[in-house]
Design a protein around this ligand. Structure first.
Ligand SMILES: NC(=O)c1ccc[n+]([C@@H]2O[C@H](COP(=O)([O-])OP(=O)(O)OC[C@H]3O[C@@H](n4cnc5c(N)ncnc54)[C@H](OP(=O)(O)O)[C@@H]3O)[C@@H](O)[C@H]2O)c1
Length: 282
């Protein structure tokens, strides 16, 4: 062991890593992309809107220290997923970190929940994650090879990071049937990848995110309640922040997280382990 490898700058280094963040134009994906760009990575972001991608590219490049490159694609379409992987392959020889973040939600009552929600969410939130990961395997394998050989005392793996949800872990408090099922499926797919691709030096882990500032306002509106009631069910009594999601992804992508494979990390302030008897009545 070299002692310099135990220093923060080395343990959490993601400089010069090549990263793809789907849904990186806004929301949680943009938070994750920002964390990687700020720390010197080359980050490709993708979403349907070419303009939103271009705006975020410009904004993140102005921040530095790394680079942001927009590659718009509609992940609902298999042909677009294939094009995205092909365009990435035309620009890069390796992909160190694939962040499968693009996703959508759909809430409705059990009586009215439409069939369209199932086909949209199971496709985008689950099936396309498989498709994109499959199409990116040559680039991920090349990154794994660059990271060392099987049997060496340390091998820097390529990483797949899947953005799941607490709703894929516990039964949600509100009605989001296809969404919760798609995220539960994603958590399982991530473990399935981990057991298979780990042998090739590619890890797969999930961030099961809790409430972020983005859906906080929406939840407060939909549930006709106040923010205090929403955070009451979170032991740490706040919503997630950009640092929470970006920091966990950087941990997983760096030397510090290199031996973590098949994990579901709840980035949720403890909402899935909250004790109902301790939830304050507001
Ligand atoms: N926000 C939360 O509190 C929360 C909690 C738990 C889990 N999550 C998960 O975190 C991920 C991001 O959520 P978010 O809240 O940041 O969502 P968001 O603000 O709605 O952003 C979604 C991102 O995905 C892109 N996207 C949507 N449909 C797409 C498609 N068909 N093809 C390509 N890109 C598409 C969007 O861009 P375009 O519209 O331009 O396509 C956008 O960049 C999702 O997987 C979500 O389930 C979020």
């Amino acid at each position: 062991m070299s002692f310099s490898s135990m220093e923060i700058g080395s343990l959490f280094d993601v400089k010069d890593k090549v990263v793809l963040v789907t849904g990186g134009s806004r929301g949680i994906g943009k938070m994750i992309a920002t964390g990687f760009v700020r720390n010197g990575a080359t980050v490709y972001i993708s979403s349907r809107s070419a303009k939103a991608c271009a705006d975020t590219e410009k904004e993140l490049n102005a921040l530095g220290a790394g680079t942001c490159i927009a590659l718009p694609a509609d992940m609902q379409q298999l042909s677009e997923v294939e094009r995205l992987a092909k365009e990435l392959g035309a620009r890069e020889k390796v992909l160190h970190v694939l962040v499968n973040n693009a996703g959508a939600a759909w809430g409705d009552s059990v009586d009215d929940y439409p069939d369209a929600a199932w086909s949209k969410l199971l496709t985008l939130n689950l099936q396309r994650v498989f498709n994109l990961t499959q199409k990116c395997l040559p680039l991920l394998r090349a990154a794994a090879e660059q990271g060392g050989k099987v049997g060496e005392s340390y091998r820097d793996p390529a990483r797949i990071i899947n953005i799941g949800s607490v709703e894929g872990t516990h039964v949600p408090g509100h009605e989001t049937y296809a969404y919760a099922a798609s995220k539960a499926g994603l958590h399982h797919l991530s473990r399935d990848f981990a057991g298979r691709l780990g042998y090739e030096g590619i890890t797969s882990n999930t961030l099961a995110c809790g409430t972020s500032p983005l859906n906080y306002a929406l939840m407060a509106h939909t549930l006709e309640t106040t923010g205090d009631v929403i955070t009451a069910a979170v032991p740490l009594r706040r919503v997630g922040s950009p640092e929470d999601v970006a920091g966990t992804c950087i941990y997983l992508a760096s030397r510090a997280g290199a031996y973590v494979n098949g994990a579901t990390i709840h980035v949720d302030g403890g909402s899935v382990v909250a004790k109902p008897t301790f939830v304050p009545k507001l």
